[in-house]
Write a protein that binds this ligand. Sequence first.
Ligand code: NVA
Length: 311
Amino acid sequence: MSNEIMLNNFLADDELNENQLIALIELAIKIKNNPEQYNQALAGKSVAMIFEKPSLRTHVSFDMGINKLGGHALYLGQQNGKLGERERVSDYAKNLSCFADAIVARVFSHDSIQGLAEHASVPVINALCDVYHPCQALADFVTLTEQFGDVSKVKLAYIGDGNNVSNSLMIMAAILGVDFTLVTPVGYEAEASIIDKTQRLANESGAKLNIISDINNIGAQNVIYTDTWISMGDEDTSKKAEVLAHFAPYQVNHALMKSTEASIVMHCQPAHLEEEITTELFDSDMAVVFQQAENRMWAQNAVLVSLLADK
Ligand code: NVA
């Protein structure tokens, strides 16, 4: 089982270089096409999965994906208290390292991911935090590779809240040389530090990065991506009506697909139908949302094999 990808952890997209990313995408597709070849890759290995937030795809795809690799997954919800409250993050990391071969964590704060990685003696995988969602972005570039072959020719636009999903997507796009347009309403832009980081990576790869607020300037695209306008942890029910009104012009619908000439729409799910995307478009042949969902498992399995196989 080859391991030229050489990962220690999988924490944030910008920690990967182009060669590692391409190798991970290729490995994910290889595992997807030859699952039996990898069905003992994690034999005898156990993965502890910490979830501070709800999850459908991430929980199921890690659990069943680890099972498909011959390993054992343990789900840890909030029954043991909040990370850093009942026990320090460092103690959580050190205790889990006594038993587990890797730690998967979905957390509120990126600081918790960094704390786990700093103190664990086993690899840590970021399964979503406030800043990044690297497993999702990797799965999305697996999906785009399946759809287009050479992703460097693809023009990809994300419309909506500047959040963890858009951060990871645009960083990976910049590393891979994919032209990327980020369309966020005023007040919901990506953090300046993330934009600066992405611009530096785009300069290195030669990708174009276009950051706008006026959706009328989106231009021609191949793929439109959207995500919820209100992420987990940001829910403030008193502000919901205000947020929905502010974001309404940014809804992804058939008219937008037509005006941008895009042929594919992507969504990480859960989708809030008739908010960021219309039901009609989500249910249409243009949507690759379930291919994205399935590829979560293959992408994560590529990460797990790279981190754990033969070690
Ligand atoms: N931005 C969303 C992604 C959910 C998979 C959230 O953080 O809730």
